[in-house]
Ligand binder design. Structure first.
Ligand code: SF4
Length: 338
């Protein structure tokens, strides 16, 4: 444990004081002291108003992971720290219930926007399961879970309970159905066939489930044929919706992803460097082309673009009577599927 630096404040101080829980070969787990679990989405986020990330960091360690910069808020500047130093947030059901009073009727809550809620740490600490137990006892919430892990199936019964009284969708992220490619770019994620199996079981259990292909990596997983094959596999597994977004590379993500390209896709490294030297996001013809490919795949295989907005059970209005004062949540993070 490194010494606590004198001038750290807020979440950085908590992170540097965090007691170790367990050390593995690839990752160390620590407990992050009391901090809000429910955070407001940044302004203008289109698909949800609130986020819940039960962990900080993610051991799955996707090479392109956009969320690495969230460790920088804790003064952990090495981008590899994001996948090596995992913080399990302290769980306090009473405090969480109080936080939920901030949610208004119709607000959408996204679980897993800057971490995977079913990453390996979840087997040990069960924070995502604890959250779901709270929602299973409530009604009227609009929830979305995003994951790359078939560990989500451990909670199938609980998810069904949540979905009985709330609007719940599960987004399973699959970037490629080629297992070799997936292993390269998402080294500790479950194989694509296992993720498709999770889609199948979730859909069979009546959970509204979709597939996210995020990110689309230029000249790596972006071919029309590849997107079409993924769409077909997702449809056969029972997914209802399909979406894909192009890669964006912030500096902390680029510090991992570009050396990865040097090693694994050296013929592409120079082109990526040139494109992303202009900014973290791709603009213009390329994202338009990818949007059209997904639109075609949706039409061909009969997907909808977004989850449905079916009526939920009546809103749990009694919890809204006492307004919880605004608290300063975790620093804003760019939201995108895990
Ligand atoms: S992209 Fe998602 S699953 Fe991959 S390391 Fe980042 S948070 Fe984890």
């Amino acid at each position: 444990m490194q010494p606590v630096e004198q001038n750290l404040i807020g979440i950085a101080k908590l992170a540097h004081q965090a007691p170790p829980l367990e050390t593995k070969r690839t990752a160390e787990y620590r407990q992050l002291g009391s901090y809000s679990l429910l955070n407001r989405a940044p302004p203008h986020t289109p698909f949800f108003e609130w986020t819940i990330n039960p962990y900080r960091g993610c051991e799955i360690g996707c090479k392109y992971c956009y969320a690495r910069y969230t460790h920088e808020f804790m003064e952990l500047r090495d981008p590899m720290a994001f996948e090596q130093l995992i913080f399990a947030k302290q769980w306090n059901p009473a405090a969480f219930a109080k936080e939920l009073r901030r949610v208004r009727r119709g607000d959408r809550i996204a679980i897993g926007t800057a971490t995977d809620p079913y990453q390996p740490a979840e087997r040990r600490y069960g924070l995502t399961r604890s959250l779901l137990e709270v929602f299973a006892a409530r009604h009227g919430y609009r929830l979305g879970i995003t994951t790359k892990s078939d560990l989500v199936l451990r909670d199938l019964d609980l998810l069904q309970s949540v979905a009985r009284t709330n609007q719940l969708t599960v987004h399973v992220t699959i970037t490629a159905i080629d297992a070799g490619l997936a292993r390269k770019i998402e080294p500790r994620a479950p194989r694509p066939d296992l993720r498709l199996g999770a889609v199948r079981k979730l859909a069979e259990a009546g959970i509204e489930t979709g597939v996210f292909c995020c990110p689309v990596l230029p000249l790596i997983n972006d071919s029309d044929a590849g997107i079409s094959a993924l769409a077909q596999a997702a449809k056969e597994a029972g997914a209802r919706f399909l979406a894909g977004n192009t890669l964006f590379l912030r500096e902390s993500a680029a510090r991992v992803f570009l050396p990865f390209l040097d090693a694994e896709f050296p013929h592409l490294a120079g082109r990526y460097r040139a494109r992303f030297a202009k900014g973290a996001f791709l603009h213009g013809a390329y994202p338009d082309l990818i949007a059209r490919r997904f639109e075609r795949a949706r039409e061909r295989f009969g997907f909808v673009r977004e989850p449905s907005t079916r009526e939920t059970a009546p809103w749990q209005a009694e919890d809204q009577l006492e307004l919880f004062p605004e608290v300063d949540g975790a620093p804003g993070v760019k939201m995108s599927p895990a």
